[in-house]
Design a protein around this ligand. Sequence first.
Ligand SMILES: [Zn+2]
Ligand SMILES: [Zn+2]
Length: 216
Amino acid sequence: MNKTCPKCAETMPLDRFGRDKNRRDGLNPWCKACNAANARRHGQANREAISAKRKAQYAADPEPARKRVRQYTKRNAQMVRANKRRYYQENRGRHAAYMADYYRRDPRRCLDIIARAKAKKPEYYRLVSAASTTVRRARFRKVQQVPFTAAQLAQRLAYYGNRCWMCGAPAGTVDHVKPIVAGGPNMLANLRPACPPCNSGKAGRWPFQPKASPHT
Ligand SMILES: [Zn+2]
Ligand SMILES: [Zn+2]
């Protein structure tokens, strides 16, 4: 069956018309293309009024808008995450400047956001901080660096069961097998988990032979 759109005067199959349960035939009188064009035209002609109306609605009750964003984010989680990452990479400087400015305006809120993020993923943030410590130390000693992410570091440590590579005790620190002070590079291949006593006992000694290692 076909139906004629009075707007464009074209006769076409019913699936080219949107649904409208208030109409006798259950379909919009105009075809989808004409409806879309009309909505676009209306949006462009009334841009300011529409945006003012949305702002007023948001000010009166932000919850519906936030819910729409949450639902959209959930439905398109992968895309949203990819877009965020790309935007962050392309606008690194702007992002840093924005965050610095935000912090100046409202330090307490910033610290609050950071604290909440850390409380949610304590293990991840422990790794981020461990990774950035190694980068700082390596930069200070001017040794070679091959960048790695916190997730990659986690993988590397998990490879050793998150246990000290020298004594097998639960680790808690990241050891540079060839110490940074001895010119060891800051890269995954040179990193292993270590317990604090073994790590500080080993310190800058190189070459180093552990007494009884489960891994060498
Ligand atoms: Zn039409
Ligand atoms: Zn140990």
